[in-house]
Design a protein around this ligand. Structure first.
Ligand code: ZN
Length: 131
């Protein structure tokens, strides 16, 4: 039996794991979400400076796509991030840049930009379609 997967490039924050998994299962129609975490990941990918960290994230996303046929990659920012002092507007700008970075790794896979608010509600900030 084949399962449908999505990938999520998410913060380590324990408050945002289940909301992102539940959102992707519901909105992307997947059975499972491969969770790839790094503190303040949207800022890390937007800045795209920490070469070793970025390379490790890229490897994990590619493994998820290659081995699980992941249909979509979500990149996530959230309220009250311990690793990213940016406010929501700044984080959403970082998410757009982070999404471009992730999309460039795998042009055939769409990238969904997600924000998790203080109430744990997930909203879609944008969608970068596949080529
Ligand atoms: Zn965080």
């Amino acid at each position: 039996m084949r399962f449908n997967f999505a990938s999520a490039v998410n913060c380590i924050d324990g408050r945002v794991q289940l909301p992102v998994i539940e959102y992707l299962k519901r909105e992307a129609g997947v059975d499972f979400v491969d969770m790839i975490t790094e503190p303040g990941v949207c800022a890390v990918l937007a800045e795209n400076r920490e070469e070793a960290v970025v390379a490790a994230l890229k490897h994990k996303v590619e493994l998820s796509i290659r081995r699980h046929g992941s249909r979509v990659v979500a990149v996530v920012g959230h309220h009250d991030c311990a690793a990213c002092a940016k406010n929501r507007v700044e984080q959403e700008a970082a998410l757009l840049a982070a999404g471009d970075t992730v999309r460039a790794w795998n042009p055939g896979t769409p990238v969904m930009l997600l924000w998790v608010g203080e109430d744990g509600i997930v909203s879609e900030v944008g969608l970068i379609p596949a080529n």
